[in-house]
Design a binder for this molecule. Structure first.
Ligand SMILES: Cc1cc2nc3c(=O)[nH]c(=O)nc-3n(C[C@H](O)[C@H](O)[C@H](O)COP(=O)(O)O)c2cc1C
Ligand SMILES: Nc1ncnc2c1ncn2[C@@H]1O[C@H](COP(=O)(O)OP(=O)(O)O)[C@@H](O)[C@H]1O
Length: 300
């Protein structure tokens, strides 16, 4: 996928016409996937490029720099996923004060300068300064395919509902919305080296982006290392029994695995929420529970 950076105060004229989906694409959830599929088929029908228009840096970060912004899918990974879904070109709108200040008509002019022949968005798409433009205004100037909001289990498939579900540990809903388990990527770092002593070595994760942290507790999940996916049990929490720590740690005991993976890149996939993290009265009680957890994960 060719990525072209676009700046609000730098004129550009794109030669190649395209059909483009527009949005933030956090999570690349089922709703986004539908936009992408519709974009691809409309582009194919017209014999022109399939494209997406998205933003960098996160508008929330630019408008409220003091707030910490967390994502379902951090920006770099988002672009990789959009590419994997088969979009040919990405117009990456550099979101700065100038971009944030565009009026709705200026924003439409910008889309026209990108030679976008048709836009594909959700029915709630808003744009420009103070969100003054919506898709029904935009379609008066550029033909549009407008997709209805998808519902799963009676809930809207939107980045905000998925975000909340991750924080609530409602991973069944999250997986249905994403079409796969929620994943956090990062590097394996050293912990307190206690895991191996109790028979459950646990790889501690240093996240490589600003991910949303799932609810504290224990999950059935997976670890992908060097393109191989293993079953794993994952703990998100403070390790209150053996070595309480203030900061939340994310660690995985990988089933049927015995390799030194310090400093290696891994991806953790979060399946079912199994239980709360508990403070046990002894090491033995924790070990007993971990043996139950292993069997639960193995049976999934
Ligand atoms: C699947 C799983 C479940 C865990 N559940 C608990 C728990 O309920 N309570 C707790 O205090 N620690 C729990 N732990 C954390 C262990 O106590 C922790 O892995 C151990 O302290 C080793 O830490 P280390 O990697 O820093 O050596 C769990 C760990 C895993 C992998
Ligand atoms: N099955 C496994 N699951 C997780 N880590 C494993 C496994 N087998 C070996 N390891 C290695 O052991 C380390 C975890 O052991 P542990 O004693 O918990 O140390 P630490 O406290 O540094 O995480 C991992 O980082 C990894 O390099």
């Amino acid at each position: 996928m060719e990525i072209i950076e676009i700046f609000a105060n730098k004129e550009i004229k794109i030669k190649e016409p395209s059909v483009a989906c527009i949005g933030f694409f956090d999570g690349i959830h089922k709703g986004h996937q539908e936009l992408i599929e519709k974009t691809k088929s409309a582009a194919k029908e017209k014999g022109i490029l399939s494209a997406c228009v998205t933003f960098h840096d996160d508008p929330w970060h630019v408008l409220f720099p003091e707030r910490e912004v967390t994502n379902i899918t951090p920006p770099a990974k988002r672009l990789k996923k959009i590419e994997a879904f088969g979009i040919e070109r990405c117009y990456l709108l550099h979101f700065d004060k100038a971009m944030a200040g565009l009026s709705k008509d200026e924003f439409i002019e910008l889309l026209k300068s990108l030679n976008i022949q048709m836009v594909v968005t959700g029915d709630d798409f808003k744009f420009a300064k103070k969100n003054e433009g919506d898709i029904y205004y935009l379609e008066q100037y550029i033909p549009a395919i407008i997709c209805d909001m998808i519902l799963i289990d009676g809930q809207k498939v939107a980045s905000s509902t998925i975000e909340k579900a991750i924080m609530d540990g409602n991973m069944e809903f999250v997986s249905k919305c994403l079409g796969s388990n929620y994943e956090i990527e990062g590097t394996v770092i050293e912990g307190n080296q206690v895991g191996r002593l109790i028979g459950f070595p646990t790889a501690n994760l240093k996240m490589d982006g600003s991910y949303i942290i799932p609810k504290i507790g224990v999950y059935a999940g997976t670890v992908t290392y060097k393109d191989v996916t293993y079953k794993a049990m994952i703990n998100v929490g403070h390790n209150p029994t053996l070595n309480y720590q203030k900061n939340v740690s994310i660690e995985a005991c990988i089933l049927d695995f015995d390799q030194d993976i310090y400093d290696q890149h891994i991806s953790m996939g979060f399946g079912e929420y199994l239980r709360d993290e508990l403070k046990f009265n002894s090491k033995e009680e924790l070990i007993k529970q971990l043996n139950i957890d292993v069997e639960t994960v193995r049976s999934k």
